[in-house]
Design a protein around this ligand. Structure first.
Ligand code: SAH
Ligand code: SF4
Ligand code: F3S
Length: 476
């Protein structure tokens, strides 16, 4: 899923979610929550904050103030788990000074490791998987009575549809809205189907209402989240049958239109698209509404059809390139980003070269690039050997990164001289004299401060760039 920087080798660092004035004025206890992994996890932490707030907890940025410390975790690659383990060891030290503090693990690592972090490793007091967050207040009570507080049940229908998330980011302009949970795809390298369970979609009404409320509260951008948004469906079974003839069916293209209609001033993004499921209807919807942003994250993983088959991705190189062609035909000027894995099981030099040649054909605007990391229980772990030596994985990854940096720079250079519509997000990180915001194509633009505020749309003439950022000035 798309993240903040152009090139990401590691997972997003843990982020401490901000302290807010408590929604619930009776909140007397303090929650500290730290999140790792994909946007879905960050969005889930907002659901958790909401559930906890109703039960008397306000969030804090200061861990030493907290009665409850939660860490929302990721299992996607081994190094993501290592980082969490280090944090848990630090929390354990804090707990020796403050024995009443409850430490809990949430998210994908909680689901994958279940009781072991509590019973064998004794690193935490509480374990809650991604579908068990409504149970957190009970689990915390159980810790208080000295019981083992574990709930890792996965659900077929939990979507937290009725919970209105406590927005923990500071900006107040851009928000994540989860539209579906789980994944039914079983890509052979991927742990997500094991940690997140079966795919299920959230009702379109609750999604549209949430986007509407966000807009009313000053938000100007929503990102609709799912592991495979193209398979969003409401009132349709996974075999394509209508469940209830009295209720309209909704697919992803239709959902996008509904969200686009909330307001022309609400920008809409989404992640992640799947090449095997992305229909032309989605592209036509994007072309029809100016506020559906011209940006698609379409992970390819590999440029070679045999590798794609071993990965169980459900498409070939040719199919993927056909989807790219469709994007260019239907949405002129659409930015495209991707995810690439280097050194998957059995990857030959030729297969790696095919990834490089696919990159030459597509010329991605952004990419997230990773070394293959074998995950327990996945199809690849059971069927194939993780046989590419570490140094070969690294060498191939650096070739991929080098190529991508060239394309990212060219992509940005091609914008110089153009006037872009930018949604102002606030002050630039580097200088309080500068503001920053994104273009529809998701490029970050930095420009001198003037009489505009965050949440405004401004026209910026692009004058310069690096491979990561565009620079410009407000155009009169
Ligand atoms: N649902 C999204 C991606 C979810 S995970 C999709 O289908 O594309 C985000 C990215 O992490 C993946 O696209 C993949 O590139 C990478 N990834 C997943 N499992 C991995 C593994 N075992 N080793 C290395 N990278 C992995
Ligand atoms: Fe993992 Fe594949 Fe599902 Fe993405 S589509 S979450 S890569 S199994
Ligand atoms: Fe990580 Fe789970 Fe997301 S494994 S990438 S936090 S779905």
């Amino acid at each position: 899923m798309q993240k903040d920087e152009n090139v990401i080798l590691e997972d997003r660092q843990g982020e401490v979610l901000d302290s807010l004035p408590a929604q619930n004025n009776k909140a007397t206890k303090k929650l500290y929550i730290e999140s790792y992994g994909c946007q879905m996890n960050f969005s889930d932490s907002e659901v958790v904050a909401s559930i906890m707030n109703k039960n008397g907890y306000a969030t804090t940025r200061n861990i030493d103030d907290a009665n409850v410390v939660l860490i929302n975790t990721c299992s996607i690659r081994d190094n993501a788990e290592k980082r969490v383990r280090n944090r848990l060891t630090e929390f354990k030290k804090k707990k020796s000074d403050n024995p009443d503090m409850v430490v809990g693990i949430l998210g994908c690592m909680a689901e994958r490791l279940k009781k072991s972090l509590l019973e064998q490793e004794k690193l935490v007091d509480l374990v809650a998987g991604p579908d068990a967050y409504r149970d957190l207040p009970n689990l915390i009570d159980e810790v208080g009575t000295g019981q083992k507080a574990v709930n890792v049940l996965l659900s077929r229908d939990e979507t937290y549809a009725d919970i209105s998330p406590v927005r923990l980011d500071k900006g107040g302009i851009s928000a994540f809205v989860t539209i579906m949970r789980g994944c039914d795809n079983m890509c052979s390298f991927c742990v997500v189907p094991f940690t997140r369970g079966r795919e299920r979609s959230r009702s379109p009404e609750t999604i549209v209402n949430e986007c509407h409320d966000l807009f009313q509260n000053g938000y100007r951008e929503v990102t609709l989240l799912g592991q495979n948004v193209d398979s969003y469906r409401w009132n349709i079974t996974n075999k394509g049958q209508i469940k209830n003839p009295d209720v309209p069916t909704v697919n992803f293209a239709q959902l996008l239109e509904r969200v686009a209609q909330v307001s022309p001033d609400l920008r809409v993004r989404f992640s992640t698209s799947h090449p095997k499921d992305m229909t032309d209807d989605v592209l036509y919807a994007m072309a029809k509404y100016e506020n559906l942003c011209n940006y698609i994250h379409l992970p390819v993983q590999s440029g070679n059809s045999d590798v794609l088959k071993r990965m169980n991705r459900g498409y070939s190189r040719e199919w993927y390139l056909d989807r790219i062609k469709a994007i260019h035909k239907i949405i002129p000027d659409c930015a495209i980003s991707t995810d690439i894995i280097s050194g998957f099981c059995g990857e030959t030099d030729f297969e790696h070269l095919e990834t490089l040649s696919l990159m030459d054909e597509v010329k991605y605007d952004f990419a997230y690039m990773f070394k293959y990391s074998e995950r327990p229980k996945t199809l690849a772990e059971r069927k194939f050997e993780d046989d590419i030596p570490e140094d070969v994985k690294s060498k191939r990854l650096s070739e991929i990164i080098e190529k991508q940096l060239g394309f990212a720079l060219k992509s940005n250079q091609s914008r110089i001289g153009k006037v872009e519509k930018v949604l102002v997000e606030g002050e630039s990180k580097r200088s309080s004299e500068m503001l920053c915001g994104r273009t529809s194509r998701n490029s970050m633009v930095v420009f001198p401060r003037s009489n505009v505020k965050k949440g405004d749309y401004v026209l910026v003439k692009i004058t310069d760039c690096t491979s990561a950022t565009l620079m410009g000035e407000i155009s009169k």
